[in-house]
Design a protein around this ligand. Sequence first.
Ligand code: SF4
Ligand code: SF4
Length: 338
Amino acid sequence: MRYSLFGKTGYNVSSLGFGAMNLPGVPLEQAREALNYALDHGINYIDTAAAYRNSEEIIGETISHRRSEYFLATKTNKRDYKTAKEEIERSLERMKTDTIDLLQIHYVNFVKDYKQAMGEDGAYLAALEAKRAGKIRFIGITGHRPELLARWVSKGDFDQVLFHLNLAQPFALEELIPEATRQHMGKVAMKPLSGGFIQPVDKAIRYPYSQDVNVIISGMVSVDEVKENIAAMEREVGDLERAELEQLAHKLGEHNCRRCNYCSCPLDIKIPDVMITSKIRDHFGLLPKGNGFYERLQDKIVACADYEPCREKPLCEQECPYHLPMASVIRKSIAYTG
Ligand code: SF4
Ligand code: SF4
């Protein structure tokens, strides 16, 4: 595993970060074991969010006694000063700590959200106040619109940025990562497996590991998963392997969906999941998780083809900032529903 200086923070962070998002779904003892194993084996970056059910409490309960051994990152998805301030206080309590190393303004995908969070009465002010009071050390931002994030971080208000970077979503490489590098920010990639659709784990982890990021957050819930993720980072990525992974990412990213979630479907079709897996399934066939996903979606995909309000102009496509042809991708998916 590699360690690198995390932007201007002065911390040397491990290239693998423990994503604690899914810990609320497993028994507390299993979470305790996984987190402590991770700390014992060199992981020193723990990422969670106030919005991840009781994930912060699990961290407080299981590893707060080892607080000096990890860089602690959490998030607030509040946009206004008052509720963000309350949430920061709650996060401190839940994680049983006096200081959060990094507070990220969470899931900023819309310009209006950014403006509100950065405005006079916004969440950023609450973060800044907490920073001045020593309750947090650094402020970051997360989102699913890489080109908007690139523009926002160029203003110099943030110490870190968190974005998607995986074999099916290589888009942060275009503008965001170079801009974050220019700003000397901490760069954190999330969802290396794109929610579990990309396999093998080794390849999926090694792609972001081959790129200019400090930390790759992988959502882990067991000692075995921690071991598997650490193993994928045992060797550095050579030039040849990097070129192969980049070529693969170019292919698997042809769908162009950023998972911004601007689109919605009255039939409740998970449009970004279909879009993002579309090239994976075309090139490699489906993985077990993908099979189950498409089987569950079968009736809805069939219904999409005849859905009257979308006949002339698909409702979802009217929302997509990238003007993607979602309806035709979804309708073609029928071939994969078994
Ligand atoms: S075209 Fe299909 S996926 Fe898009 S909104 Fe209509 S029913 Fe949903
Ligand atoms: S299909 Fe378009 S609107 Fe929907 S998540 Fe992807 S990029 Fe965003």
